[in-house]
Design a protein around this ligand. Sequence first.
Ligand code: HEM
Length: 406
Amino acid sequence: MATNLPSFPVVDENPLDTCIRFREIAPVVEVEFPGGVPAYLALTHKAVREILAGDNKTFLRDPKHWPALHDGSIPEDWPLRAIIQGGHLSTMDGGDHRRLRGLIMSAFTPARVQAMEGRIQQMVDELLDEVVAAGDGVDLVPAFTEALPMWVICELFGVAPEDRLRLRNWTSTLLAHTTPPEVAFATQNDLWAFLHALVERKRREPGDDLTSGLVQTHDEDDKLTTDELVGVLWIMLVAGHETTVHLLGYAIVALAQNPDQLALAKAEDRWADVVEETVRYRHSVMMTSFRFTAEDVVIAGVPIAKGNAVGVVFQATGIDPSEHGPSANQFDITREPTGHLGFGHGPRYCIGAGLARLESRVALETLYRRFPDLSLAIDPDDIPYSPSFFTIGPLFLPANLGVAQP
Ligand code: HEM
């Protein structure tokens, strides 16, 4: 497949910068993905909101609605197939999507999330004790921004501590667009086998965790097949940590670049605002996996024919000046509630928004209380970012700690 469309991503250009350039052309732009595959990018708040409101109606997630994937146009070894054909909540539509979502949400209630605050605080305290022991120069990514979300989600789903790192590595490999096809498929197989083994282990040795609860639902009634159960674990374990890892990383970078905002957050205990503004200003999700047009549609004035793939660029919507004003690309925790789309909108609104908000608030509040003089030991312009157009965040955040508080 070869097209005359602009390429995405562009070598040596940050994908967000590319998307901002494309947004000058139109709110929805057709581009060429690696492998010569054409698909659309939705780049403005208005366009993305229209698409999300059309979920389960005009926009579907099941890859069977993308003819190019099945008619030989897209090669069998196209690496993005590993994500697109995932067989999980984000690739299901209609009744199946509602049924699975309902099952997860009945286990993942706001009360259950709220009850985790004390335990999350213990985890944060323990990790920051280790940060103190590591001393100046410690890289906050493995030590804190990755470690906390992995620990929280793995404990919630009963994944053993020794498996956390494997799960983290599988996720990063799968989401990187630089991963060769054979590695992407092998990684997906390893992850799938691991989740099947987790289900078997929880069947033999149930615990007080969400996997055990889902296994019980599966075994006691016919609302959930084994593949669906594994698919639920896939999305919850992957989406449930990757996004929060990057949110924490982006918040630390934004606060380092905006000392007035950090001072304000400390003085007025505005950590919930820091979290909200970070989700708007630098979203962890560059683009979610594709949606497919179920009919000819017009989005923000741009026609898209039936059977096309559209990627929703969350990272560009948060800093869209036509929605958030001329200061959209500034980090400002005093901003009035913005109605950002950072946790989605409509039938696929983020199931973990409450957990992400709670976890990130506790993490950031405690980090800056324990280390009031924390500073980055790297120029923000030199921070490397993950090579993925699905989720992007800082990979290396060495820090000088200053005098640690108890
Ligand atoms: C900073 C943290 C997070 C951000 C920014 C975030 C963002 C999002 C967004 C934008 C969507 C909608 C995607 C779309 O419509 O294409 C979404 C969906 C989802 N999120 Fe999150 N998320 C976060 C944390 C979490 C956590 C902690 C969990 C689980 C514990 C989670 C589980 C999910 C699931 C399962 C979906 C799919 C819902 C569906 O398809 O019905 N997320 N998230």
